[in-house]
Write a protein that binds this ligand. Structure first.
Ligand code: CP
Ligand code: NVA
Length: 300
């Protein structure tokens, strides 16, 4: 594994190795055992969109691993004035040991990897959010002890989260059911891959998708960069919500997950969110541990 661009680039074995290492690093951190695997190494972090979790967990993760992290905003970089990503990649490769990038186009992340000579980590694009789903899989293993045979239901937009959950869920032996309004389906090629490689469905019917689910997952109706579509999306997504009716058809011990930030009483009711706050904030914490495992795998 040279980069983390999207989950379908990884094998089940590679994902399992990351999750096992993440469990170990979490244990070591909780027990005061230092793990300076990346002493002297520097991660550059390019953010073209806002972030709370990704920014803080990557920066803190690098410090805990004995290295350092540089926050690079497009306002400061020449990228913001039009310097091509291909040139930026080749220059930054001479200074840094790895780059984490959050941006719009998946192609930009792929170009960084193609032209640079250091590991590139996708910290979210419009297409994928692999770091989040590694933390999600880690959390599912913590709560359920396994991923194989579990049913994961995602309710909402067929966005970056849906795409990465499909890839990660199918690779880890889960059944994946997506419920989304017509016109907001996940990536077509990825859905075809999922149908060939596992148990996958995509429907407009939330209740049928959620039936017997072990894990219920949702995300915002309008993602970063879609602020102009907010009103149209609010209308289109009415009913695409994790609420008591949805919980009633899922398994009695179903987990509820959300990548955050959450919009209460839009994609999830405040009641369901608070009832499952433990899972949701363990999931947020696990961003730190899962990403530290990715950093060690790629940069050590
Ligand atoms: N879930 C997630 O990536 O959060 P941030 O946008 O705050 O980084
Ligand atoms: N789909 C959301 C995820 C945020 C972590 C977005 O792209 O804004």
């Amino acid at each position: 594994m040279k980069h983390l661009l999207k989950l379908q680039d990884l094998s089940r074995r590679e994902i399992t190795e990351i999750l096992d290492l993440a469990d170990q690093l979490k244990y070591e951190k909780k027990n005061g055992i230092a793990h300076p695997h990346l002493a002297g190494k520097t991660l550059g972090m390019i953010f073209q969109k806002s972030s709370t979790r990704t920014r803080v967990s990557f920066e803190v993760g690098m410090y805990q691993l004995g290295g350092s992290a540089l926050f690079l905003s497009p306002r400061d970089l020449q990228i913001g004035r039009g310097e091509p990503i291909q040139d930026t990649a080749r220059v930054l490769s001479r200074y840094l040991d790895g780059i984490m990038i959050r941006t719009f186009e998946q192609a930009e992340v792929e170009a960084l990897a193609e032209y640079g000579s250091i590991p590139i980590i996708n910290g979210l694009t419009d297409y994928a959010h692999p770091c989040q789903v590694l933390a999600d899989l880690m959390t599912i293993r913590e709560y359920k002890g396994r991923t194989d045979g579990l049913k994961l239901c995602f309710v909402g937009d067929g966005n970056n989260m849906a795409n990465s959950l499909i890839a990660g869920g199918i690779l880890m032996g889960m059944e994946v059911a997506i419920a989304c309004p017509k016109g907001y389906e996940p990536d077509t090629a990825l859905m075809a891959w999922a149908r060939e490689n596992g148990k996958f469905t995509c429907t407009e019917d939330v209740i049928s998708a959620a039936r017997d689910a072990d894990v219920l997952y949702t995300d915002v109706w309008a993602s970063m960069g879609q602020e102009d579509e907010k009103a149209i999306r609010e209308a289109a997504f009415q009913g695409y919500q994790i609420n008591d009716d949805v919980m009633a058809v899922a398994r009695a011990d179903a987990m509820v997950m959300h990548c955050l930030p959450a919009h209460r009483d839009e994609e999830i009711t405040a009641k369901v969110f608070e009832a499952h706050a433990n899972e949701i904030f363990d999931e947020a914490e696990n961003r730190l541990h899962a990403q530290k495992a990715v950093l060690v795998k790629l940069m050590k």
